[in-house]
Write a protein that binds this ligand. Structure first.
Ligand SMILES: Nc1ncnc2c1ncn2[C@@H]1O[C@H](COP(=O)(O)OP(=O)(O)OP(=O)(O)O)[C@@H](O)[C@H]1O
Ligand SMILES: [Mg+2]
Length: 341
């Protein structure tokens, strides 16, 4: 099962530029979480701090009882084996074929023979829809394909924790849907802890169990999807509903005068959009740590935005969860052992 990541009081600067500070939250074990934020708020830098590629100025990153910023190279190397990481640019080796890129972690971290490596590589290539491109060089395939090859490489060691920096950027909408489905299926099958950085609020609204927003050199909020998607906080509401009104401006945060002219005083006047149902694993069953729709709202006494939890076919998941989640398909208990006379 997955491992939680607990971030405590994290601060990162480059020279005199503070990227973010006082960042504290827990990425829950075995769940899918997403980190969002305007461009340049330090999302990629944050992921690199989690695996010790960059060191914070202050604070802790606890993974399974160890504090990552404290680790020496040798221990970092061992820890990274437990992570599958997709970097924003794919980070493929340009002079190696796609096949060799995907096989790389297996050759580096295991003693598997080439035929076993071939089986694993080809199964991951199939998962990401890349069969047929094994022999190509990264420079010979499209940006979206490089992303998917990078994802295949991140998955070959069956990691306990998957970090993916904008896995959906450069993908067309249909492939983005397939990719989101893949994350839901991987989480169902392996229980890996998944943290995705994305700009795509379409993805954010239907895939993760939890999400957070980086803005103004800090973490504005992190929590259950129902908390975020029903929030009236101005930045959260603006971002997750893709509105122009709010504190997030085109190039940076808006100044006070602009904000006053919009007259929103920190609260959003626009109501949150309906909360859509989450993507289910292909087999229709809930993931091990997937919460029943509406559970968070109910236990916190928050009204769901009108029209929430209704899917494209008009079914209401608040009412139909048990049936739609496929629990009725649960196999019957095994028959009792035959009675010996
Ligand atoms: N190695 C580095 N040295 C100095 N500054 C850096 C370094 N890496 C990132 N930065 C700066 O840190 C800030 C955050 O960068 P980062 O790439 O994390 O943003 P981001 O939120 O991932 O943006 P995007 O959504 O565009 O990918 C930027 O101002 C960037 O210039
Ligand atoms: Mg980035």
């Amino acid at each position: 099962m997955g491992v939680e990541i607990r971030v405590d009081g994290l601060k990162k600067t480059f020279g005199r530029q503070v990227i973010w500070e006082d960042v504290s939250f827990t990425v829950p074990a075995g769940q899918i979480s997403a980190l969002l934020g305007p461009s340049g708020t330090g999302k990629s830098v944050f992921l690199k701090n989690l695996i010790g590629l960059l060191r914070p100025d202050r604070g802790h990153v606890w993974v399974d009882g160890v504090d990552v910023p404290e680790l020496r190279e040798k221990h970092l190397y061992e820890l990274r084996r437990r992570f599958g990481v997709l970097f924003q640019d794919g980070a493929l080796f340009g002079s190696m074929s796609v096949y060799d890129n995907v096989a790389f972690p297996l050759r580096e971290h295991t003693r598997y023979g080439e035929s076993k490596i071939r089986d694993i590589v080809m199964s991951k290539m199939e998962m990401v829809g890349m069969v047929g491109a094994e022999g190509k060089l990264p420079g010979e395939i499209s940006g979206g394909m490089r992303k998917r090859a990078g994802l295949a490489r991140a998955l070959v060691l069956d990691p306990e924790i998957i970090l993916a920096d904008e896995p959906d950027s450069g993908l067309d909408p249909v492939r983005t849907s397939y990719l989101n489905q893949l994350f839901a299926d991987i989480n169902y099958e392996t229980g890996a802890t998944i943290l995705i950085v994305t700009h795509d609020i379409g993805t954010a609204r239907v895939l993760p169990d939890n999400m957070g927003l980086l803005f103004r050199r800090g973490l504005v909020m992190f929590g259950h999807r129902e908390m975020i998607l029903s929030s009236t906080d101005s930045a959260v509401n603006q971002f997750f509903n893709a509105r122009r009104e709010g504190p997030i401006g085109m190039s940076e945060e808006k100044d006070d005068a602009t904000l006053r002219s919009e007259g929103n005083g920190g609260r959003s006047r626009a109501r949150p959009a309906p909360i859509p149902p989450q993507i289910m694993p292909t087999n229709g069953r809930p993931r091990p740590y997937q919460a029943r729709p509406g559970q968070w709202l109910q236990s916190h006494g928050v009204q769901a935005p009108p029209g929430s939890f209704v899917d494209d076919e008009g079914r209401d998941w608040l009412i139909d969860w048990d049936r739609l989640a496929g629990r009725w398909q649960e196999p019957p208990p095994p028959p009792p052992a035959p009675h010996k006379a």
